[in-house]
Structure formats: structure tokens, C-alpha cells
Write a new protein. Sequence first.
Length: 470
Amino acid sequence: MTLPRPRIAILGGGPGGYEAALVAAQLGADVTVVDADGLGGACVLTDCVPSKTLIESSVTMTSLGRSAALGLQLEDGKNPSLSVDAPALNARIKALAAAQSNDIAEHVAAEGVRIIRGCGRLTDPHTIIVDGQAGEVAEVRADIVLVTTGATPRILPDAVPDGDRILTWRQIYDLPELPEDLIVVGSGVTGAEFAGAYQALGTNVTLVSSRERVLPHEDKDAAIVIEDVFRRRGMKVLSKSRAEAVHRRGDSVAVTLADGRVIGGSHCLLTVGMVPSTSGIGLEKAGVGIDSRGFVEVDRVSRTSAPGVYAAGDCTGVLLLASVAAMQGRIAMWHALGEAVQPIRLSHVASTIFTDPEIASVGVSQAAVDRGEVAARVIKQPLATNPRAKMAGFRDGFVKVFARPGTGLVLGGVIVAPRASELILPISIAIERNLSVDQIAHTFSVYPSLSGSITEAARLVMEFGTDAIM
């Protein structure tokens, strides 16, 4: 007797949705993904992939600006110059995002997943009604439903985007030219990334921060490095300056601060957080609980309060990272389909801020150590002493390692360096596999390499003894 295949319906095709679809299909389920915009979701189409593509161009611009210091000349003459072709830059960004979305869709379809384009809403825990793009209406019945509807940029009441001069980061790639004077409101991860990128591309940037420093929720040492780099490269950083309103004034904008000052610029980019895309999709009818901010409440295996309904990604408010969304989606399917599963461990999540230099971190934080919540030996190794960094002309950054006193187990790390997103992996592996600084210190690293600073930091932790806390 052949048992019927379990039916899985996924509402939303972002990282949490399409990764879940792949897992469910590989486990033999009948899988349907309902998606309105394109697989990959906002992450691929408007957020992560486009912004990092922009940043990649800006990093290249900065690297070329160092050419003279490396003994190179861009062109003949005493005043070599490099300019930005904004239409070409934005066209490349959007084309790459669309291509990535298409690649994902082809991969998912090749695994036998059915994709329905349209807006879906739950009518009960096992039914999704889809309003198709051509006006048709479809009903999808399922044994298990996964909600992965993401989040959207937060809008301030007195700072409403017009898509022309007042913008969210999802609108900035439609500009016909590079902003001349860009005011970035918000100095968190998104604000810092865009501020740094546009400043490197040649825009005059003013970064408005309501806090004492940029990146207020990140490692303080790392944030100080980035703010110093910003200021040295010509960015105007306004600390302790909360924006209350943004208004259009012809071909310019005016940002009013809480202290009454008015800042003028050609454009304003709003980066003041995200709100979940959970309204109007029938969560109440399905019995799915949401918190006071509108995020879907889930446990560590992605279950909601409604039996048979799971949720993953930004709509849950659990670390708004593509990697976390993808893991939540996979865990949901493994759990729903009876596979062995380990609940998500947020303490093991590595994250990167794609400024230049990048900030990558994993595990315990310096703030937790300073508060006495975690006992740790801490070593910070400056990047300026690294031979490979000297060769490339890098002088900003460091490698910081946290280890448990007594055992030397690696508890965490922070790396501020070019390509820190790549360099953080060995520290992540050490945390995941319960490795000690001794084991890292006795591992061969290439000479010269930036990763050599990781093994050197591990050796320094050993050198300072079992109970040293720095």
C-alpha cells in the first residue's frame, strides 16, 4: 500500500520559502510555493543581492583610489579620474537580481515544486486562496503550511517616500543619476552600508544617527573603526541627531532634526527598520498568533500557535538575516516531515555588515563580556600588523577572539577586515564543533594571508594564560 505524499504549501518565495521547498521536495512531499514577486523574494530582488552588488562596485572604486599608493596609475597624466555611470550601474544591479531570481526558480521547479504566481491568504490552517496575476483565483489545500512573507521598510509618518527624492533602499536603484548630496537617516546596518557605498562612489553623504555612534548594536570597537573610516573619507556623521521629518522642496529635500536643525540635500534615504508583512494574509483566521509588533510568534523549530502552520524568515522577527530565514525554513520542513532536527541555535549565527571594511561576528559579544554575563579571555589583533594587509594597503580593522577560561573553547569572534564575511567561517566552525584556541593555534594558515591573523590571535589567547581576561 502506497501512502499519499504529504502536501506542503509555502506562502512566500524568499530564502525561508524556497529553501524549505527544496528540503520538502527532496523528502518526497508534494510542494506548492505561492509567490507574488519572484523566487528569492525581497532578499534577492530588492534588498540583499542588489545592495551587495552596489557595495561591490563601491569597494572596487575605493580599491582603485588606492592605486597610486600601490605604485599604479589609472591612466596617463597627473590627474587620473574614475567616474560612475549610474544608469549602467543600476541596470547591472537589477539585471543580476532578476537573473538570480530566475536561477532559483529554475532550481526549485527542477525539483518538482509547483510555483503559483499571485498573492495568497489563509482561510484556515490548511487552505490558501491565491489571487493570481491574471485575475484568476486558485485554492491550495495542504497538510502543512509554511508562512514566509517577509518584511517591508518602516515608514515614518512625517517622512513618506516619493520614490524620487525621498527613498527607501528598495527605490534607490531607479534613480537616473547618482545622488549629489545624500542624507541617510538611520545608522544601523542598512544605513551604514548604503552611506559607505554611496560615499565611495562619489556622493556627498550625511549620516544622521540618533545614537552616540554608528552601528549602536554592534561590537563597539568595530563600530569605532567604521565611523573613523567614514569620517576620514569625508562623510559627515551627525551623532545624537534624531530625524523627525523629511520634506520635499523642489529638487531637494529638507530633514528636520529633533533639536530644530534642518539639513538640506538632493536626496534622502530612509533606513529606519523593518515591519513584518503579516497583515491581510489571514493569520487570524488560521489561528496564528502574532506579537504586539505584528511578527509571527514561533518556537525554535518554527511552529506557530496553529497546529500544522509553521513560519520562517523576517515575518517572525527572529534575526532578520537570509541565512536565518533559510535555516528556519529547513528546520520547519524537517520537523513537519518527521526528520531528526536540531532547534535553531541563534548563538551560532554568523553575520556580516558589508561596510568597507566589513564587520563579521559570531558567538558571544564584547558587551556580554563587559556586563559580566560571560567569562571570557579576549584578544584583539590589529589588522595593521598583518603582512598581507600591508601589501594591499589595508590598515583599518582587527581580529578579536573570545575563549572560555580554563578550557580555551572558542566562544566567539569579531573580524573587521576586507572580506570579513569570508574570514569569519573558521571561527564559526570552531564554535559549532567545540574547538579550542589551542586547536586553532596549531592549525596551519597560509603565509601571508589575512586569515593568519586568526591563528595568531588564537596563539595570543594561549600566551596570556588560562585565566587572563583582557
